[in-house]
Ligand binder design. Sequence first.
Ligand SMILES: C[S@@+](CC[C@H](N)C(=O)[O-])C[C@H]1O[C@@H](n2cnc3c(N)ncnc32)[C@H](O)[C@@H]1O
Length: 385
Amino acid sequence: MTPAARLSAAIEVLDRILAGTAAEQALANWGRASRFAGSGDRLAVRDLVYDALRCRRSYAALGGGDTGRGLVLGGQRAAGADLAALFTGEGHAPAKIAASEVGQEPEGAAALDLPEWLMPQLGASLGADLGAVAEALRQRAPVFLRANTLRASRDEAIRALHSDGVLAVPHPLADTALQVMEGARKIQAGQAYQSGLVELQDAASQAVVNALPLCDGQRVLDLCAGGGGKTLGMAARARLSLFAHDAFPARMRDLPARARRAGAKVTLTETPEKLATFDLVLADAPCSGSGSWRRDPQGKWALTPQRLAQILSVQDQILDRMAHLVKPGGFVAYATCSLLRAENEDRIAAFLDRTPGWQLHKAEVYTPLSGGDGFFVALLTQASR
Ligand SMILES: C[S@@+](CC[C@H](N)C(=O)[O-])C[C@H]1O[C@@H](n2cnc3c(N)ncnc32)[C@H](O)[C@@H]1O
């Protein structure tokens, strides 16, 4: 495909996404219908689409419209591309640029590529970091791996990755974290990944696990385990009796195979109350995902005030449930990948207000400015009498 034909393909995919199809689904549909597209074409179209979703408001302004064409034109303008050479209307190239498509410089929240309605909340949550965090969310996320210390040290993992053609370097957010500098596309077929020496996991996600007071012999529950990224991270930090639960058990489908590959033992449960009590209960709670909007930029535009209100209510229910699952003297660990105080500090304050006898032990906040996703983790204990 020519560079111009790739733009046309991105326009088509973006139009489907703007009409309501999930980004991955829209890309997969286009891929199936476009047998002529090679792997380089597919990667290029994916990058164009995700870049446009991350920068949707500013590209829409620059391109003269919140449409597939407007976003792609805006993206090309932002990149300083030779528009006359690309938008020729010849062959598979997009149509020539009309006089009405002059576009304009984005301002305010549009320039930051943030939803208008969230600006007050984001401003209150991030303070002086708002602009820098917004800029980080406009960029592609780095690729991070976790060295699985059940199988290898971080240095051994680096060497094994090198043999697979993957260049990875230690990242300061966590003692297990590796940032992939070259060869990211070779990771999953490589020996290091296949033999469980490394897992794909964001660096701040690893830092959250490192913040937990885990030690050998504890009974630990991951209440919102999902694919089990944090479950497996915990398994590598101490010899635990480790249990995993999720309100949607199908989301844990891959966890047994992942645990086998990682050399970890995890028991899946649909009824954690029957197994209580636990020394530590972690909930990596459902949230706005605002800390990981680089990876899921569609989420940035899908969030609404109504959806956020529902999420806050589920987070409160999860905190209350955790308090009943933990043994006296144990820890509740509440985490989100959100940047919003409403989902983080405010949920903890509300829990402490309505639950006498509990106290905050410590809380950590990570933003994309430290390299990984935005994350929050709070540890709660029952106050000693
Ligand atoms: C942020 S994801 C977890 C990601 C996972 N911890 C990881 O590191 O790979 C949140 C998970 O919470 C689950 N969930 C949603 N509501 C829940 C609830 N009320 N109780 C337990 N799990 C819930 C979702 O199905 C989802 O898998």
